[in-house]
Ligand binder design. Structure first.
Ligand code: ADP
Ligand code: ZN
Length: 715
C-alpha cells in the first residue's frame, strides 16, 4: 500500500528524506515531486521526460514509501540488470525476474514478493503477463511502472506487440496506480500510450527536453582526417570517460573502428550484423570502462544506462531529430558536462534520401529529414531549434552550442555567389559539388578536361580559395535556396529561380565567413603527450587516483565503476576534497550506503593528495563520523561494524559527544535501568564501582552513564 492517507506536505517531506538517504541528492528536479505525490495519492500517470531527465526516481521513491513492492516493466534484459544493480548500489532492495536467470532463482524472487523483502521488481512484459494469471490478487503490489512505454504504440519507433496486452494490468489490479514512462516526445505516441493502457482519468506530465549539460556542435562537410582528429581529441580529453561514434552503416562503423584502433585507442564495434555474444562482450567492456569508444550503428544504446558517456559523435547525418536527440541524450546522464558533435555532409543527405525513396511513409520521412537538415544548417542557437522541434520554447540563446560560442561572421558574398552560380549555368547544370569546386579552382582532372570544363569562362575564377572554403560557401548557397541538388539526376547542382536573381544582381547575399577548422588539438605527437603528463596538476593526480580507487571498489563488488560513484560525484570529490566522513557524506549524489562503503577509500585518497597523515584520520574526525552515523539511525553495534572497530570505542566516542553537548538522545544508547544501576554503585563507593560494574556491563556503557550524569548536572 502506498501511504495515500498522508497529506501532500507529509508525502513531500518523506520523499525528500528518502531521496537524501538513498540517493544522496538534496532536492528533486522539476516535476519529480509532483509526480511522486500524485502517484502516492493513487493517480495513474504518464510521464514524458528526455533520456537522463530523471524518470526512474519518479517510481523508485514511491516504491520506498510503500509497504509492498513496485513492479517495473522493462523491455530490455541488459537495462534491467543495470538498473537492478544501480538500485542495489544505493542500498535499495531490488531484483529482476528474467530469462537469463535459472527458474530456481526467478521463483525464489517471486516467492519473496509477499514478504516485503523486495521493494522494486524489474520484469519483462512477457513474464509479467504470465505471472498476472498466476498471482494472487492480494499480492502487495504498490505501483506498476511501465518503462519505455512508447513500445505500446504502433506510431512509435519501437513497437512491441506484447506491450499492447499490458492493458490487462488494470483488469487484475484495478486499484493499483500505473505510471507509464517514456522519452519519446511524439504526440501521436503519447496519446496512444494512455489509451492502450486503458488509463482513464490519468494525469500527464511533460518535462523539459532541455539537457543543458550537453554541448551541441555540427561540422559541415569535414574531411576524413579532420573527423578522426576531432574524435581523437575527444578521446584524449575524456580519458576517464567514454564515447560513442554513431555511423550510418555497418561498414562505416567497422572502418571507423579500424582507424581508431590503428591510432592506438581502445575501440570496439557494435551493430546488428554481429552475434549476440559479440555484442554482449562489447557492451560489457564498455560498461566497465575497458574500452574508450564504441563505433556503432543505431542498434547500440537502448540497453545501456551507463552514466559516464562523456561524448557522442555522429559520423553521419541522422535520419531525423528524434533519433538524433535520443542518441546524443545517452551522453552525460550523470549531469556532468558532455560534448556532442555531428558531422554533416551532402553525401549523407543523398544516401538518406535514397533510403526514403525506397521505403514506406515517404512524405513523413522526407519532412523529418528536412527538419534535421535545417538543424544541421542552422545559423541560430541550435538548442533553440532543437527544443522548438519538441514544441518547447527556449527564450534565450543557450551559450553551449557552436552557433552561440562561435557566431558566424558575415560578409557581402555577392561576388562569391555569382562566381559559383555562373559556373553551374555554364556547365549546363551537369556538375556535382566536387566538380564545381574543381572548375572554380582551375584544377585539371581528367574528367574535367575531357568534358571541356576547362574551356568555360568561369574556369579558375576562384583560385584564391581552398576546397574547404568553397565547400563552405556552396553549402550556404544550397541552404539559402540559390542552388539545389537534383537527387533524381546524379545529384547535379541546379540554379533555382532565386539563384537566377542573384546572378542578375537583383539580390544581396550575406554569407557566413569560413573559419579554418581547428584540428591542432587532435593532432598530438608522442612528445606533446609526454610533456602533458609532466604538467599534471595536483587535481589531475587526485582524479587519476580516485578513478583508480573507483575501479578497485567496482572490481571488489563486481559492478561497473560508474555504479560505485558517477563522474559528477568524482568531480565533486576532486573539487571539495572531503577530508573526513562527514564532508564526504555532504557531497551531492552520495547516499548512505555509498558513504558507509566508500568513504574510507576516497577520503584516504584525498588526504594522501593533501599530504595529510597517510590517509589516517584525526581522533576528532572519527568521533564526528560516529555522530553522523548515529544521526542516520545506526546503532552503536552497527557503527562498530561499519567502521571495523570494537563497540567500546564507539561508546567512548558517544561519551565524548555527550560531554561536548553534541549528543543527547540517551535512551537509544543506554537503558534507564543500566543508568540507575551505575549511579547507584557510584553513590555507594566511587572507588570500587567501576571494577564491580565491569562484571555486569560493557565498560563503555559505564562511561556513557557517567557522561549522562555530568550532562544532567550541566543542564
Ligand atoms: P531517465 O530514466 O529519465 O533516463 P534517470 O532516472 O536515469 O533518467 O536519471 C538520470 C540521472 O539523473 C541519474 O544519474 C540520476 O541519479 C540523476 N538524478 C535524478 N534525479 C535527480 C535529482 N533530483 N537530483 C540530482 N540528480 C538526479
Ligand atoms: Zn546555443
Amino acid at each position: 500500500m502506498l501511504p495515500s492517507q498522508l497529506s501532500e506536505q507529509e508525502i513531500k517531506e518523506r520523499a525528500t528524506g528518502l531521496l537524501r538517504r538513498f540517493f544522496g541528492y538534496s532536492s528533486f528536479r522539476p516535476l519529480q515531486l509532483d509526480i511522486i505525490t500524485d502517484v502516492v495519492k493513487g493517480h495513474d500517470l504518464t510521464v514524458l521526460m528526455p533520456t537522463g531527465g530523471g524518470k526512474s526516481i519518479c517510481y523508485q521513491i514511491p516504491a520506498l514509501l510503500g509497504s509492498g513492492f513496485t513492479i517495473v516493466v522493462s523491455p530490455l534484459l541488459s537495462l534491467m540488470k543495470d538498473q537492478t544493480e544501480a538500485l542495489l548500489a544505493c542500498g535499495i532492495p531490488a531484483a529482476s525476474v528474467n530469462s537469463m536467470q535459472s527458474d530456481e532463482v526467478n521463483n525464489d524472487i517471486l516467492r519473496k514478493l509477499s514478504t516485503g523483502k523486495i521493494k522494486v521488481l524489474y520484469i519483462s512484459p512477457e513474464r509479467l503477463l504470465l505471472e498476472l494469471d498466476r498471482w494472487s490478487r492480494d499480492l502487495p503490489v504498490d505501483l506498476i511502472a511501465i518503462d519505455e512505454a512508447h513500445c505500446i504504440s504502433q506510431w512509435g519507433h519501437d513497437f512491441r506487440p506484447v506491450y499492447t496486452q499490458l492493458s490487462r494490468i488494470k483488469e487484475v489490479f484495478p486499484d493499483v496506480p500505473v505510471m507509464a514512462l517514456t522519452a519519446t516526445a511524439d504526440r501521436l505516441t503519447r496519446d496512444d500510450i494512455s489509451a492502450q493502457l486503458r488509463l482513464s482519468n490519468h494525469k500527464s506530465y511533460i518535462g523539459s527536453f532541455d539537457r543543458p549539460n550537453l554541448s551541441l556542435k555540427v561540422l559541415v562537410n569535414p574531411g576524413k582526417t579532420q573527423k578522426l582528429n576531432i574524435i581523437s581529441a575527444l578521446i584524449e580529453k575524456y580519458r576517464f570517460g567514454a564515447g560513442v561514434v554513431y555511423c550510418m552503416s555497418r561498414k562505416g562503423a567497422e572502418s571507423m573502428n579500424k582507424e581508431l584502433t590503428e591510432r592506438g585507442y581502445k575501440s570496439a564495434v557494435y551493430h546488428a550484423g554481429l552475434s549476440a555474444d559479440e555484442r554482449n562482450t562489447t557492451q560489457e567492456l564498455f560498461a566497465n570502462d575497458r574500452i574508450q569508444v564504441v563505433c556503432a550503428t543505431i542498434a547500440f544504446g537502448m540497453g545501456i544506462d551507463k552514466s559516464n558517456i562523456r561524448w557522442v559523435v555522429h559520423n553521419n547525418l541522422p535520419k531525423n531529430i528524434e533519433s538524433y536527440y535520443q542518441e546524443i541524450g545517452r551522453a552525460g546522464r550523470d549531469g556532468a558536462k558532455a560534448e556532442t558533435v555531428m558531422f554533416y555532409s551532402y553525401s549523407d543527405v543523398i544516401t538518406l534520401q535514397s533510403f526514403i525513396d525506397a521505403g514506406a511513409q515517404k512524405s513523413i520521412n522526407a519532412e523529418k529529414l528536412e527538419r534535421i537538415k535545417a538543424y544541421a544548417e542552422s545559423n541560430v542557437c541550435r538548442r533553440r531549434v532543437l527544443l522548438s522541434y519538441f514544441n518547447e520554447i527556449l527564450p534565450h540563446d543557450c551559450g553551449n552550442c557552436d552557433v552561440c560560442t562561435n557566431p558566424p561572421v558575415r560578409f557581402d558574398g555577392k561576388i562569391v555567389a555569382q562566381k559559383a552560380l555562373s559556373a553551374v549555368v555554364r556547365t549546363d547544370q551537369k556538375v556535382g559539388i566536387t566538380m564545381l569546386i574543381d572548375i572554380l579552382r582551375g584544377m585539371s582532372g581528367s574528367e574535367l578536361v575531357s568534358k571541356g570544363f576547362h574551356l568555360i569562362k568561369t574556369y579558375g575564377v576562384g583560385r584564391e580559395m581552398s576546397f574547404g572554403q568553397w565547400n563552405h560557401y556552396i553549402s550556404q548557397l544550397i541552404q539559402l535556396g540559390m542552388l539545389e541538388i537534383a537527387y533524381e539526376d546524379h545529384n547535379h547542382l541546379r540554379v533555382t529561380p532565386y539563384g537566377m536573381q542573384v546572378l542578375k544582381g537583383e539580390i544581396e547575399v550575406s554569407l557566413a565567413k569560413y573559419v579554418q577548422p581547428d584540428t591542432a588539438s587532435g593532432r598530438r605527437t608522442k612528445k606533446s603527450r609526454y610533456e602533458e603528463t609532466r604538467k599534471l596538476s595536483s587535481d589531475d593526480l587526485l582524479r587519476i587516483n580516485l578513478v583508480k580507487a573507483r575501479e578497485d571498489l567496482a572490481k571488489k563488488e563486481g559492478i561497473a565503476p560508474y555504479l560505485v560513484v558517477n563522474d559528477l560525484v568524482l568531480e565533486s570529490i576532486v573539487r571539495l576534497k572531503p577530508c573526513d566522513m562527514e564532508s564526504f557524506a555532504a557531497i551531492e549524489g552520495i547516499g548512505e550506503r555509498r558513504v558507509i562503503r566508500y568513504w574510507k577509500k576516497f577520503v584516504g585518497e584525498v588526504r594522501k593528495s593533501l599530504g595529510l597523515s597517510g590517509g589516517g584520520l584525526s581522533a576528532g574526525a572519527t568521533v564526528k563520523e560516529t555522530r553522523w552515523l548515529l544521526e542516520k539511525g545506526f546503532s552503536p553495534a552497527e557503527i562498530a561494524d561499519i567502521k571495523g572497530v570494537k563497540i567500546n570505542t564507539i561508546y567512548n566516542h558517544i561519551a565524548e559527544l555527550i560531554d561536548d553537548d553534541m549528543y543527547s538522545d540517551f535512551s537509544r544508547i543506554i537503558t534507564r535501568r543500566d543508568y540507575l544501576r551505575v549511579m547507584d554503585e557510584y553513590e555507594k563507593n566511587p572507588d570500587t564501582a567501576t571494577e564491580k560494574l565491569k562484571e555486569e556491563m560493557q565498560y563503555g556503557i559505564i562511561k556513557i552513564a557517567l557522561a549522562v550524569s555530568r550532562y544532567l548536572i550541566r543542564h
